[in-house]
Design a protein around this ligand. Structure first.
Ligand code: NAI
Length: 729
């Protein structure tokens, strides 16, 4: 055996170690089955073995789950169902063996998906109190459900409510939480994990230890994920009852609540619910059968395929240095200096300190600096409240950030990031200061619209200037767009990329140009919504069409959140740079002139009152549009299509012009930076799914009606001609 190793001790406990060859982490693959069988045989037949401890031989990972590449290779539903059946059978063998020779799972590092399912099939689970130890069923994040018995065993172990909470959200929990849930039986320091596991295994074998387990129950009421969304009174009442009627209502309501959240775009959570229901109503065997069946359906579904592709894209980006020149080494970054302690500056300082890197924060005066520190402390305090950090960890992180109102203390910064006002003169000014104060440092600008090459004009070392475009709120938004100016050196870019990854971001590198990539494709999308507004569409119809398409919020609400003035400013910059194609509709500036800036001025497309409840359109906004109160919206599908095609077309232009390095980066940028619906894979995957010819034809139809702004990108036309794809098979 190469993947599984058995070491039998004097005490009669066999240590079964998993160690997938050539990988840093363990994943489960169907081709281990044979080895697994051989292992079973030995464990089962060797009379010297009384009990078993299952552990990982990898330093910091238990089992990450099933091998996603294996799932991606599956062609048919039947094949996928068979895969799940195989997994279920292996787990069942484990469970059956455990009835004769107890098995303790000794968990250190992530035990996710199939890794947790394996642990669930053991008799007893011990986890380390280490931060790296995480338990969860993240399958829904790939559009799947647990397929190796997880939907049945998890529920049996911790109850319906908590099992649903884990399976429907895909979140993972640390050991202490897992202990509270009953997911693990004990939590111990890492140093004694195997010793304790051996002891417990023997105690179980001798009958000295009889773990008490929660029974199936609704006692906790509804799972958290559904509680806030459901008709709580009815539900709380029935949820307390362990009766079939109550359960039926529970599942009906849960499905309804789920649908309101997923808009029907993500089938996996619903199927998970279904597998659990069948298991409860018809028994475990039927439950397993349903789980495998539904798993099979999901593996070959478009939604799961798209989510898996995004997963692979982010994995590939983790290994991508961001430059194509060979042999480039990023500089080691031990200290960062942050200029500007505003909304963005404080956010960037926070994520940097969070990653353990000391930050020097500079702003003009003490008041501004104070606001920055307050913002950072606020985020840390929130994490303490949510028990993600201890008080001590919070203090340690905060201590990594120091402040000044001058350039003292930035001398030894490796990277200086600026997030001062969006003004070319101010940015060029601070770049001059930095070159004087800390000549060796890399200078990164967080500008949202100014070309980096322009900021670097007049710099002594333009090769050390780069863009690092973060998104707001920095601590939550996963994307970092690194911008390579014509003179940025490969080392500078690679350093910005490495730093971005270190602080937990998904990083794409794009070439310099107005709006880079993300702001650029957002502009025509929002413009199109603005055109429809001007032509008489109702605000709620525009937003609903795009939310139904899968965006988290519609373009009008987005404008309200970002600031209508900010939107108008960007639109102006884009118009200037790209001409008529990106011209905003005439008269839109009237909104800004009338003081309607969106949420921040409490006056926008929507009403901002103290009352809670669904958003209500501020109908007085229509007075500022040419059609006045007379509203008539294009059909739902047309609204979504026009906005989305604008984004797709602009993305294709960016690829054609070399702003993007690849379609992959464009898809990741749209999904992680702009909220493009992940189940649609990104603008390029979406174009591929329609076919370039289809996209071009639709664009041309709109071009006939609305003019040149819909002229198809040359790249699309080219692909349409040859029947090509952005992602060749
Ligand atoms: P902000 O107005 O909240 O913060 C700017 C800060 O810079 C202020 O505290 C100001 O006192 C300080 N400052 C101005 N001149 C300075 C100087 N010479 N030295 C040191 N500090 C100075 O603005 P915000 O929103 O943080 O934006 C900063 C930059 O980030 C802008 O370039 C903006 O375009 C960009 N950005 C903003 C995003 C957003 O969503 N707000 C998103 C991505 C980029």
């Amino acid at each position: 055996m190469s993947t599984f190793r058995i070491e039998v001790g004097q005490d009669g406990v066999a240590l079964l170690l998993m160690d997938v060859e050539g990988e840093s982490a363990n994943t489960l693959r169907a081709d281990f089955n044979e080895e697994f069988e051989q292992g079973f045989k030995k464990l089962s037949e060797d009379p010297a073995i009384k009990a078993i401890v299952f552990a990982s031989a990898k330093p910091d990972s238990f089992i990450m789950g099933a091998d996603v590449a294996m799932l991606a290779r599956v062609k048919t539903q039947a094949e996928a169902t068979a895969l799940a059946r195989g997994g279920q059978q292996a787990m069942q063998r484990l469970e059956d063996l455990g009835k004769r020779k107890p098995i303790v799972a000794a968990i250190h590092g992530p035990a996710l998906g199939g890794g947790l399912e394996l642990a669930l099939a053991c008799n007893y689970r011990i986890a380390t109190d280490d931060r790296r130890t995480q338990l969860g069923q993240p399958e829904v994040q790939l559009g799947l459900i647990p397929g190796a018995g997880g939907t049945q065993r998890l529920r049996a172990l911790i109850g319906i409510a908590e099992a649903l909470d884990l399976i429907l959200t895909g979140k993972s929990v640390r050991a202490s939480k897992a202990r509270k849930l009953g997911l693990v039986d004990e939590v111990v320091p890492r140093a004694i994990l195997l010793d304790v596991a051996r002891r417990r295994a023997l105690e179980l074998a001798n009958g000295e230890l009889k773990p008490e387990r929660t029974k199936i129950n609704f006692k906790g009421g509804l799972p958290k994920v559904l509680r806030s969304m459901a008709d709580t009174e009815v539900l709380q009442a029935v949820a307390l009852e362990e009766n079939p009627v109550g359960r039926r209502i529970l599942f009906q309501q849960a499905r309804k609540a789920l649908l309101s959240k997923t808009h029907g775009h993500y089938p996996a959570p619903e199927k998970a619910l279904e597998a659990l229901r069948i298991g409860i109503e018809k028994g475990a065997e039927e439950g397993y059968r349903a789980e495998a069946q539904l798993f099979g359906e999901l593996v070959v579904s478009d939604v799961s395929r798209r989510l898996v592709e995004i997963f692979f894209a982010t994995q590939a980006l983790k290994k991508d240095q961001g430059v194509d020149e060979p042999g480039v080494k990023p500089r080691k970054v031990q200290k960062v200096s942050m200029l500007g302690a505003g909304l963005m500056g404080a956010g960037i300082a926070y994520v940097t300190a969070e990653a353990g890197i000391p930050v020097r924060l500079k702003d003009k005066d003490d008041a501004a600096l104070g606001r920055g520190f307050k913002q950072i402390a606020g985020i840390l305090d929130e994490r303490v409240k949510r028990r993600r950090l201890t008080r001590r960890e919070r203090d340690e992180k905060l201590a990594l950030v120091t402040g000044a109102t001058d350039y003292s203390g930035i001398k030894n910064a490796d990277v200086v990031i600026e997030a001062v006002f969006e003004d070319i003169k101010v940015k060029q000014g601070v770049l001059r200061d930095v070159e004087r104060e800390t000549p060796q440092a890399i200078f990164a600008s967080n500008t949202s619209s100014l070309p980096i090459g322009k900021i670097a004009e007049g710099a002594q070392h333009p090769e050390r200037v780069v863009g690092m475009h973060f998104f707001s709120p920095v601590n939550k938004m996963p994307l970092l767009e690194v911008i390579r100016a014509p003179k940025s050196s490969a080392e500078t870019v690679a350093t910005a990329v490495a730093l971005g990854k270190k602080i937990g971001k998904t990083v794409i590198v794009v070439n310099d140009g107005v709006g880079f990539y993300t702001s650029r494709i957002l502009a025509p999308y929002v413009n199109e919504a603005a055109f429809m507004f001007n032509d008489g569409a109702a605000v709620e119809d525009i937003d609903k069409a795009l939310v139904d398409f899968g965006f988290p919020v519609g373009p009008m609400q987005l404008l309200d959140e970002v600031g209508i003035d900010v939107g108008a400013k960007v639109a102006h910059i884009m118009h200037e740079a790209f001409g008529l194609r990106l011209a905003p509709p005439a008269g839109f500036e009237k909104l800004v002139e009338s003081g309607r800036l969106g949420r921040k001025s409490r006056k926008g497309f929507y009403l901002y009152t103290e009352e809670k409840g669904p958003k209500v359109v501020d109908k007085t906004v229509y007075e500022l549009s040419p059609q006045g109160q007379k509203r008539s919206s294009p059909p739902h599908a047309e609204i979504a299509e026009r906005c989305v095609l604008q984004m797709v077309n602009e993305a294709a232009l960016c690829l054609g012009e070399g702003i993007l390095r690849s379609a992959r980066d464009g898809d990741v940028g749209a999904v992680f930076g702009l909220g493009w619906p992940p189940f649609r894979g990104g603008p390029f995957r979406y174009a591929d799914s329609l076919g370039a010819a289809q996209v071009v034809e639709r664009l041309r139809r709109y071009q006939d009606r609305f003019g040149a702004r819909f002229a198809p990108a040359p790249k699309l036309v080219e692909l349409a001609k040859i029947g090509g794809k952005f992602y060749p098979a």
